[in-house]
Ligand binder design. Sequence first.
Ligand code: DAK
Length: 274
Amino acid sequence: MTSNDDVERSDGTAAPVVRLERDGRVATITVDRPKALNALSPEVLDGLAELVAELAADPGELAGVLLLGAGGRAFVAGADISAMAGLTPDEGAQTAERGHAVAAAIEALPLPVIACVDGYALGGGLELALACDFIYATEASRFGQPEVHLGLIPGFGGTVRLPRAVGPALAKELIYTGRQMGVDEAARLGLVTRRFDDREALLAGARETIGLIGANAATAVALAKRVLVGAAGTPTATATLLEIEGFRDAFRTEDMREGVAAFLEKRDPAFTGR
Ligand code: DAK
């Protein structure tokens, strides 16, 4: 399973810049350009789009997805600055659309996606993490939207999802200053939901969470994600209708019948994902 090849690699090899691995019920997507701190080149964005589409087409028995960056210094240090240097305004907008499409595809995936941040999650990197369901991070992690340092603004959803995650005033402060924050502050704000000493503990913790999720009805988890994502930022009346529709759809599943029957019969449920 590969994506676009990255011919920029210093060792001259053409290796995939984004990788997908399936291990039991956990899929891992790794952005693998450590020499550029995993910056989001057009090839990385295409690779992410391709691999998320592959998961959507065949989720199989998967219970969740981990998204991470290779190399131990960065999750993703932003959009690739060198790739942006010569863009026209229209090409810039196309780049933004490409980034938004990746974020939307992650949100549409009927599986939880955990951003596993170990190092820098800046600019497009933080925006990518925000498109995931939640963020786990190591103590070494740094977060920020530094686009204004470059004369840019967030272009992959930062003005949309960061205010939802941390509140509008703080999002403005972070975006206007471009300052970085450490994991202490990010965790205090609820941006990071769990923190870990190192990468190994991070990945073990994320796998453990996918295990907890995987014990539940996959249909219900997917419905909950659909409702939560769909309702984000909508008025209460709209969000309420989405929840009612999701609740209705849960009654269409075998898993719901099984879960309720198992409770009443005082036995463990045997969910099938249908
Ligand atoms: N793009 C390309 N290369 C990058 C990079 C990036 N975002 N970040 C780091 N690198 C590269 C460095 O150039 C360096 O390459 P070499 O010189 O070794 O070839 C290598 O990674 C290691 O980086 P440093 O030498 O700088 O390492 P340090 O430890 O000194 O510093 C740093 C780490 C993360 C603080 C620093 O690298 C840094 O400030 N990086 C830039 C972070 C940043 O500003 N990120 C936000 C990018 S703007 C758009 C849509 C969306 C966006 C923009 C436009 N369209 C609508 C067009 C989003 C924009 C962004 O994300």
